[in-house]
Design a protein around this ligand. Sequence first.
Ligand code: FAD
Length: 487
Amino acid sequence: MAHGTPLQQAVFAANEFSGRWSGTMCLSEPQAGSSLSDVATRAVPDGADHADDPLGPRYRLRGNKMWISAGDHELTENIVHLVLAKIPDANGKLPAGVKGISLFIVPKFLVTPQGETTGTRNDVALAGLNHKLGWRGTTNTLLNFGEGQYPVNGQAGAVGYLVGQPGRGLQCMFHMMNEARIGIGMAATMLGMAGYEAALDYAKNRPQGRPLGASGKDAAAPQVRIIEHADVKRMLLAQKAYCEGALALELYCARLVDEQHTAAPDAADEARLLLEVLTPIAKSWPSEWCLEANSLAIQVHGGYGYTRDFPVEQYWRDNRLNMIHEGTHGVQAMDLLGRKVLMEEGRGLKLLAARMLATAQAADALAAGLGADQATALRQQAAALRDAVNQVGEATQATWASGNPAQALANAVPYLQAFGHTVLAWVWLDVALVVLHQDATVSIASNQGKLRATAYFYHYELPKIGAWLQVVKTADLTCAQMGEDAF
Ligand SMILES: Cc1cc2nc3c(=O)[nH]c(=O)nc-3n(C[C@H](O)[C@H](O)[C@H](O)COP(=O)(O)OP(=O)(O)OC[C@H]3O[C@@H](n4cnc5c(N)ncnc54)[C@H](O)[C@@H]3O)c2cc1C
């Protein structure tokens, strides 16, 4: 809420932090999801004295907001909606594009300048509940603003207070949303982790099948636990590599958020730039791959995983949301390839590449002092990371060579996937370096696990970027040029 007036900041933050009030983010509308420029909620000044309200310039809002999480409930005394709306021009026309969007604070119950809830209902009405695949612990709502169900001072129109400047609403919202996107990545990671722990426990306890020896199976031998089968180990190691790698990435991004505010000016600026480039990855990578981890957790449970008797089906259902809200996967991909890698003449991308190459160099340096097997593995991983960084750089240049955004962005999602896998390869190599610095003989089992997860990532995952980047580099238009009637 750093963009509100000092009074708004004090009143709303104090109540929200005390747990008396809760908040929502009201961006989406039935006709405006990914395309927020089509927001149609309108806000008009509320009376001649509207500019003099101590809570900020006062407006009346009318419109419908869709998908609002926790939009109505009875868990808190008041609900504060942060609402995107447009202020019409003198002819009553709404300004086009996202630059016409403003941000408003709209409480469910009106408040005094001292921050007390008055008990007077604002004109915000619950119009319906969405019945969701997952996330059933929160309501998800369709809210009608200003339709006259709860008139204020005898008039229809929800009372809202402008935050910041008119037309700068999306910028204010993104002040919060960039960190929220890292939060989504963390939530996806935690769901992946929970599934991994459940699958690991199940695999250690479920007897099924017999080991394959050189002469086949011995039907008279007792059954083994499924964790003894190579394919189950593969599924468990994939989950570990996805989830622990994602956790390391999210913690790194959280540190960058801190450094942005606390570091010396140059380092703070680097943290800002790295965050610009990494935020779409921090949001999308765990959303895709920790969801895949949840799918593998179901697979490890066999038929039992497909029932409600075990928790893994719920983790998958809950995690499925994360590729959709706070900017879909497709939107994150276009943000990365269409904006973030280009901004400030590619400074963020260059800085990130330099950090990755420095880790590869540190791996080569450490390898010199290690035993032959560890040294070879580390050198191969360093070389593979360098190659991946080069491939991403080449693909970025090749895709923008045409200068045609429609063509360049046609394969933005495969680019996002390859970029994300390269970032995670970097993260895992960094984790391996920390392990080897602390425990050069790798005598501790959890450290062996980290090095195996690194090896898994380099052997099974990183090679995938070749296929993803191929269609980017060659500007493959197989999908883009498919005629609608050919589907
Ligand atoms: C459980 C849940 C909770 C939510 N909570 C909130 C909330 O609290 N507040 C809030 O404001 N919103 C919330 N949302 C809404 C969410 O942010 C939107 O669903 C999301 O932004 C996508 O919008 P949409 O559903 O209209 O899909 P659409 O925008 O119609 O997208 C449909 C598909 O088309 C693709 N697509 C759209 N445009 C393009 C394009 N230009 N190029 C390429 N592909 C494109 C998308 O990537 C997607 O795959 C929530 C949604 C859900 C499901």
